[in-house]
Design a protein. Structure first.
Lengths: 334, 459, 345
């Protein structure tokens, strides 16, 4: 991640920029504050400790010591619970209850996993989670891409108003929305239908995400306007420009928005709990707390393990994108 | 549009105006439901989702039979199961059918909220209206005597116990405790001999207050006193103090309540079914949930009556009410009560209906013959039990300690005013007693009583 | 005045919410100089009045592209926001027509003794979350920024808890927190002769236990944000400090931390905004218990609206939502003033 700004308070903006940097040929980038010349280069060339200091034995030793300790702590904190869960998922219930830290004192209970998947019907909720996440992803991409295009490139006269309105929603904490949005879902204005117990109840409100629109708009503003001018003089309409120029150039930002959308959808709890009241449409996060009241502990822990698997696998595959997005927004948890 | 701020202000105020209009016009939906040929369409709850096809076939037969007898009514069955965590969403969503069922506990709240229909006239017109057990009927009646709900089945709270843990602890599962002192002694023995919690009580949400009310009634107290229009909270009587002191002794002196104290209806059932709890108080209809949802071994299940103390010692009753949606039209209300009579009540009054019902339940793998209280009189209940005795699948000797004595116990329904609020106020008190060694029961109850009175005063 | 806010989880998590790139703050900013610096020169286009010119000028297609945003935001953002304010002055049961009740809903909330407990608890949660959750990620990030080999491994490990779905994490920790001697944590502490502790079964210990889990779950995200900011510190500044003879500690104190103050302030305010809306953890761990010791404001809103009285009390729920929202908007305002103060320095 190369950065160039010197502004003390632009830390986050700087990292946002790192993502935006992947935009092709940002020839007209504007910066706040002074532009810092040529600081680019591998950022781990040096840090707080200088090469000089590294060569001192005392410093190197204690630095290495601290770093190894840190690694061990991170491994215990980050990996420990996941490994324990994986173990418990295939341990008989009574063993987990009596000796939770023992390693398979009485063999395995592989059927926990199959029971969770089939008997409890977790496969249904699993697929629901996938549908919810995919729908949220599509919805957010449609809204953010078109909105970004309007606000940053097409810029009709009312774009400013729209921009101000969308930004204003960032000001309103989501807590205000809880009850009225719920009632809106029960009786959608103009349509007069209830979206309760349909995925639309999660998909549609997820589209109203001002933060992602902002990201996309920023990204589009950094695209070289010459491309669009050229396309226009060649007679390309708004739609062609959108399909053939903007979208192909947007891959990096689509990646970031996708990560945000899928993770948020996979994790969301309160909202789907309110609008998806029936088990047949509930995602895992809503179903799991209810399962703790009924099913056998071993099966239940296997269910928790299954629910964790996909996010972890996704993370391992796309770690670069995940960490980059996290550095940008940290919008991931919560 | 000179400045975005100005534009924003303008737009917001325009939107505000629209919002005002929209929220004012969103009034009551007319019940409707009448088709062109004068037929009334009546949506009713049928069976629990996921029930076997055989049971649905039996249900559909009943629907046909009803429609034949009432050609002007068209029944639209909807699968349904009352669950604490999904019901509020269904209620607010307005997606509930016209006829559905709720537990006694919710009756008064729904009446106060105006969410269920007044069916006084229709119910009073039933030929067997006088046969209703007035005590049970009052669960669905408001303070002015208007009837909003018809009891479908009733139960009493009892002491649930795990026969297996009793045996392990060297206690005789056929001779469960009969006084609170014996309960305490048994809890201590179970705790010492088996490591399980000897005794436990629900504590979370409204359930903590609900079961504290059960214990208070058993000790001869009540939660509120109604004189004319004036409702007085009586949460801090000796009976409540005694029942909390009982918990305190078990928890802090005997240490016979284990180490986890946050339980609601679902989690305590699960812990009990898996042998982590020896005894707890709960409705006599729990058998179905314990066996079907929590996979408890039926052989381990036992229930006995609560020890009653004082001259007013009584059993808190509960049960299921059938209600008519507040959105129902007049025609639908009439049709609804006809259906309630046919589907829910006739099984107590008519032999064929009783057998059909039992067959349906058995086919659906549901419990038949859980200990119940009469919604009419005891003779009627006994007779209906006799009709279905071939279908009974609940081990009757294991529930005998309860069924042999419950009819001698006075049955009282729940507090009728702001029930859920009062329960909600009591739950933290129970939690405090169980998690804080120095909890001052008197002071906590005094405060709870003041809070409850404030809620009652504002109505 | 563009304030970022926690978006991803509908306010049901503490943790580190969305951070808006600071660009947006300035880009639409108030200071004229800034605007000229940062705004791409707007392409002047005459406003088309004639419908045909409007159409030819792409007016219709513009509108088509704007439509998704207008419809979605209109229906699912603005309409509910306005409705929240309207409803906070109404009594409604969704069956009868709503009645105007003035400030009664607000009065009811303020008279509810649980409200004051919830307010206190939410403050306590926020404070504990700061004590646990603020320094740890910073220290970890500073240490990690000096790692030369396998830094990726550090990041991945630190970030793993963030990837676990919060519901799973809470339910798992709830099991870890079992208060019996055979609980997972109690077993481990038993190895060194400690415990057993009651964890969430005790009014005093419950909140810190919950915050511990929340910190564990969120720290990774904050670490990555700080790491990103740390890589943005210009090496020349360290070089310069060394010329002045600064050692490692002085470099951290005089270069690193001042360079991070912007991002530190942002995460601070955003963490407060996030923790003020905490729901998931206390809801799933204890449902507010024992003895209301962990009931939070958002949980109270949920109880009013959806739980206690079978979804009856929408009035109180929206009234409390509005009060909380106004408080958070105030915080956002303070945040904005502070940050614009920073950028002037």
């Amino acid at each position: 991640m190369t950065t160039t700004s010197t502004r003390s308070d632009a830390g986050v903006a700087v990292t946002a920029d790192a993502v935006l940097d992947t935009a092709p040929a940002p020839t007209r980038r504007r910066r706040l504050g002074k532009k810092k010349p040529a600081a680019a280069g591998p950022s781990d060339e040096r840090g707080i400790i200088s090469t000089n200091e590294w060569s001192r034995r005392g410093i190197r030793r204690s630095a290495n010591g601290i770093q190894i300790t840190l690694l061990v702590l991170l491994a215990i904190g980050g990996l420990g619970p996941i490994l324990w869960l994986a173990k418990a998922a295939i341990t008989p219930t009574q063993d987990t209850l009596r000796t939770p830290m023992a390693l398979f004192p009485n063999g395995f209970a592989w059927d926990n996993v199959s029971k969770a998947w089939t008997t409890i019907g977790l496969d249904v909720q699993f697929m629901n989670t996938v549908w919810v996440a995919l729908g949220v992803l599509v919805m957010q991409l449609v809204v953010t891409m078109t909105a970004g295009y309007v606000l940053a490139i097409l810029k009709p006269a009312y774009a400013k108003v729209l921009n101000a309105l969308v930004l204003a929603t960032l000001f309103v904490p989501s807590v205000v929305l809880l009850v009225p949005l719920y009632l809106t879902i029960l009786d959608v204005p103009f349509l007069g239908i209830s979206l309760q117990n349909t995925f639309w109840a999660v998909w549609l409100p997820a589209g109203a995400n001002a933060f992602n629109i902002l990201l996309v708009k920023r990204f589009f503003e950094n695209l070289p306007p010459e491309i669009f001018e050229a396309a226009r003089t060649e007679g390309a309409g708004s739609f062609r420009i959108f399909w053939q120029i903007v979208l192909p150039l947007s891959k990096p930002i689509i990646g970031v928005v996708s990560v945000f959308a899928v993770i948020a959808a996979w994790k969301d709890f309160l909202w789907p709990k309110l609008v998806l009241a029936l088990p047949e449409v509930q995602p895992l996060s809503v179903r799991l707390p209810q399962l703790q009241q009924t099913i056998d502990l071993g099966t239940y822990l296997a269910a928790l393990a299954i629910s964790t698997l996909v996010p972890i696998v996704l993370f391992i595959i796309f770690q670069g994108l995940f960490l980059k997005s996290a550095g940008m927004g940290g919008a991931v948890k919560g | 549009m000179k400045s975005p701020i100005k534009a924003l202000t303008l737009t917001v105020s325009a939107l505000a105006a629209i919002g005002l209009l929209a929220s004012c016009s969103n009034g009551a939906n007319p019940g409707g439901g009448e088709s062109a040929d004068g037929q009334v369409e009546l949506s009713v709850v049928s069976l629990i989702p996921g029930t076997e096809q055989a049971a649905f076939d039996a249900f559909n037969n009943q629907v046909k039979q009803f429609e034949k007898a009432n050609p002007d009514i068209k029944i639209k069955p909807v699968e349904y199961e009352w669950k604490a965590d999904t019901f509020p969403a269904l209620l607010a969503g307005g997606t509930l059918p016209i006829v559905y069922t709720i537990p006694f506990t919710d009756g008064q709240t729904l009446i106060e909220n105006g969410q269920i229909a007044d069916i006084t006239e229709e119910v009073k017109a039933l030929p067997f209206y006088d046969k209703f057990n007035k005590n049970v009927l009052s669960a669905g009646t408001d303070d002015k005597g208007h009837i909003f709900a018809v009891p479908r089945e009733a139960y009493g709270n009892g002491l649930q116990y795990n026969r297996d843990l009793f045996t392990q602890a060297g206690l005789d599962p056929d001779k469960p405790p009969t006084t609170w002192d014996e309960v305490r002694a048994a809890a201590k023995t179970i705790s010492e001999k088996t490591g399980a919690a000897g005794y436990m009580q629900m504590t979370q949400g409204a359930t903590g207050g609900w079961q504290t009310t059960v214990a208070t009634y058993a000790h001869g107290g009540r939660m509120e006193e109604i004189k004319g229009d004036k409702v007085t909270a009586t949460l801090d009587t000796d009976a409540t103090k005694k029942s909390l002191q009982f918990l305190k002794d078990l928890r802090w002196e005997d240490n016979s309540m284990g180490s986890n104290f946050l339980y609601d209806w679902g989690t305590i059932n699960k812990a009990f079914a898996s042998g982590q709890i020896g005894m707890f108080t709960g409705g006599s209809d729990l058998y179905t949930a314990l066996i079907r949802e929590n996979q408890m071994d039926p052989a381990h299940y036992g229930i006995t009556t609560l020890p009653l103390e004082g001259k007013d010692g009584a059993v808190l009753g509960g049960g299921t009410l059938s209600v008519v949606n507040g959105k129902a039209s007049e025609a639908q209300k009439k049709a609804a009560v006809k259906w309630i009579n046919f589907y829910y009540l006739q099984k107590y009054l008519d032999k064929d209906a009783a057998i059909t019902d039992a067959k349906t339940l058995a086919a659906a793998n549901q419990a038949v013959g859980t200990p119940a209280l009469p919604i009419f009189d005891k003779a009627t209940l006994d007779e209906s039990r006799e009709w279905i005795k071939d279908y009974i699948n609940v081990p009757q000797d294991q529930v005998a300690p309860f069924t042999s004595k419950i009819f001698d116990q006075p049955l009282v329904i729940e507090p009728t005013k702001s029930t859920q609020d009062i329960y909600g106020i009591l739950s933290p008190v129970v939690q405090a007693v169980l998690t804080d060694k120095n909890a001052d029961i008197d002071a906590l109850l005094k405060q709870a009583n003041a809070d409850a009175q404030a809620v009652l005063d504002r109505g | 005045m563009r304030t970022p806010e926690p978006r991803a989880g509908r306010g049901d998590g503490p943790s580190i919410p969305a951070v808006t790139p600071r660009y947006s703050l300035v880009q639409e900013g108030t200071a004229a100089t800034m605007t000229t610096l940062t705004k791409p020169a707007p392409t002047k286009r005459r406003r088309a009045r004639n419908p045909r010119t409007w159409l030819r000028g792409g007016g219709l297609s513009n509108l088509l592209f704007a439509a998704p945003m207008i419809i979605i935001f209109g229906l699912f953002s603005f309409y509910p926001i306005i409705r929240a304010f309207v409803m906070s002055f109404q009594k409604t049961n969704l069956i009868a027509d709503p009645q105007w009740v003035g400030l009664l809903n607000f009065q009811r909330v303020l008279e509810d003794p649980v409200f004051w407990v919830a307010l206190q608890n939410t403050g306590w949660f926020a404070l504990l979350a700061l004590i646990f959750g603020y320094p740890i990620p910073l220290i970890a990030a500073v240490l990690m920024s000096e790692v030369r080999r396998a830094r990726g491994l550090y990041s991945v490990l630190a970030y793993l808890p963030v990837v676990i779905p919060p519901v799973v994490a809470v339910l798992l920790w709830k099991f870890f927190y079992d208060a019996g001697p055979n609980g997972v944590f109690n077993t481990m502490l038993g190895w060194v002769g400690l415990g057993p502790f009651p964890w969430i079964q005790d009014a005093t210990m419950a909140m810190p236990s919950i915050v511990l889990e929340a910190t564990w779950a969120a720290a990774g995200g904050t670490i990555i944000i700080y790491l990103a900011a740390l890589t943005g510190v210009a090496p020349e500044l360290y070089d310069a400090a060394e010329i002045d003879g600064a050692g490692i500690w002085r470099k951290i104190w005089h270069v690193t931390l001042p360079q991070l103050r912007g991002v530190l302030l942002i995460t601070l305010i955003l963490q407060i905004i996030g923790t003020a809306q905490v729901f998931l953890e206390p809801f799933l761990f204890t449902d507010g218990g024992p003895a209301n010791s962990t009931v939070t404001l958002l949980q109270l809103i949920y109880r009013y609206g959806f739980q206690n009285s079978l979804g009856g009390n929408y009035g109180s729920a929206t009234a409390l939502s509005v009060m909380l929202a106004l408080f958070l908007a105030l915080l956002s305002f303070v945040y904005f003033r502070l940050t614009s103060g920073w950028s002037k320095n």
